[in-house]
Structures are given as structure tokens and as C-alpha cells.
Ligand binder design. Structure first.
Ligand SMILES: Cc1cc2nc3c(=O)[nH]c(=O)nc-3n(C[C@H](O)[C@H](O)[C@H](O)COP(=O)(O)O)c2cc1C
Length: 191
């Protein structure tokens, strides 16, 4: 994609154009291996109120309803965390664009229904199915590393609805930062 320029002497894009470019970059990332935003950090809150975070792969992006989709093992600790506290943060950094994105999100996990079964039907034919076939829940203590597969999958789809976005664009001429919130005018903010 061609990103709006933040190089010296080049006019800054309008905020609306920048917001559209951010969503376009997210869509691109979900479809492109190696894109900086394809692996994001998803931060959640533990039942003790402590922060937790991990890397996840951005699988799908729906700009029209401001949502991102991730896949996970339904038994993983993050699922219980998201069910207990549905607010989280997604952080992405793309060195090629020089863009950081911090997204406040409302999280929902589905481990059954058509949205889940249709994606699992496709995924289970690929090597990536291994990620959802461990006999024990992720994080279980082991005597030695185990690569054995279970007969059934524990696949779940995480939907993250973006409530607010904080974009930071690094540039030699000066960093730029903007805040986007559905229903509120977009705003430049001090980087
Ligand atoms: C590059 C990379 C991509 C990953 N992608 C995912 C993913 O898409 N979904 C997922 O559940 N875990 C993914 N993981 C593993 C998680 O980071 C984490 O270790 C695991 O899900 C357990 O997290 P939890 O204990 O917080 O539930 C990925 C790890 C790496 C290093």
C-alpha cells in the first residue's frame, strides 16, 4: 500500500485520509505474511487485575464494523481472562511504515457456531491446526516437551471491536500522532 507521507516538505494527509489508510494497512496486514502489523500484541487483564500480554496473528479485519479477528485455543488462559474482563488493548508496530497503533478493544470469544466451525473446517486441513490440537490446555505443566496431537480441536475465534485508536507515525521531520474514536471527530495529538 502507499501510506500517506510523513516525510519533510510533504503536506500532511487529512485525518480522514489517515484513518482510512490505517484500516487499509490493517486489512493488508491480515493478508500479508511478513507485514509488521500481522503479529500484534494482545493485552488483557487477569482475574487478579494484573496485566497480561502475548503475540497473536491478525487473521481478519472488517473496517466497516471496526473489528479485528484472531484465532486461539479455547482452553488458553487468555480466553478465561477475556470472558471475565472484556476490555483489552491491541498494539502493533510496523517498521516499514514507521507506524505504531494502539487499539482499545472490546473482546468477545466464540468457540462454537457457524463462524467458528466454517473457519475450523478450513484450518484443520492445514499444518496450523496443530496449534489447536494439543492434548493438554496451553500453559499446562509438562515433564518434557510434548508434540502429541489430540483428536479434537479446541479452536476459538476472538473478535476485537475497536473502541479507540491511537496512531503514532515516526518521521525524521517530527513524529505525528492522532486519535480516532468512532462517533467522535478525529484529532491530532502531541506525539
Ligand atoms: C509469532 C507468534 C504468533 C502467535 N500467534 C498466536 C495466535 O494467533 N493465537 C494464539 O492464541 N497464540 C499465538 N501465539 C502464542 C501466544 O503468544 C501465547 O504464547 C499463547 O497463546 C498462550 O497465551 P496465554 O497463556 O496468554 O493464553 C503466537 C506466538 C508467536 C511468537
Amino acid at each position: 500500500m502507499s501510506a500517506p507521507s510523513t516525510t519533510p516538505g510533504v503536506e500532511l494527509p487529512a485525518l480522514e485520509q489517515l484513518e482510512a489508510a490505517v484500516w487499509q494497512a490493517l486489512v493488508q496486514a491480515s493478508k500479508t505474511r511478513g507485514h509488521g502489523w500481522r503479529t500484534a500484541t494482545l493485552a488483557t487483564v487477569t482475574p487478579e487485575g494484573l496485566p497480561d500480554a502475548r503475540t497473536v496473528v491478525l487473521r481478519e479485519v472488517r473496517p466497516a464494523d471496526h473489528t479485528l479477528l484472531f484465532y486461539t485455543d479455547a482452553r488458553s488462559p487468555k480466553v478465561a481472562q477475556m470472558r471475565a474482563q472484556a476490555r483489552g488493548l491491541v498494539v502493533c508496530w510496523c517498521p516499514a511504515l514507521g507506524w505504531q497503533l494502539r487499539l482499545q478493544v472490546a473482546l468477545a470469544v466464540a468457540d462454537q457456531g457457524l463462524d467458528v466451525s466454517s473457519r475450523w473446517a478450513r484450518l484443520k486441513l492445514t499444518p496450523a491446526a496443530q496449534d489447536y490440537l494439543s492434548p493438554l490446555p496451553p500453559g499446562s505443566r509438562l515433564g518434557a516437551p510434548q508434540v502429541q496431537a489430540a483428536s479434537r480441536g479446541h479452536f476459538a475465534v476472538v473478535t476485537a471491536r475497536v473502541l479507540a485508536a491511537d496512531w503514532l507515525g515516526l518521521a525524521p521531520s517530527g513524529h505525528r500522532r492522532a486519535r480516532f474514536e468512532p462517533g467522535t471527530p478525529a484529532q491530532w495529538v502531541q506525539a
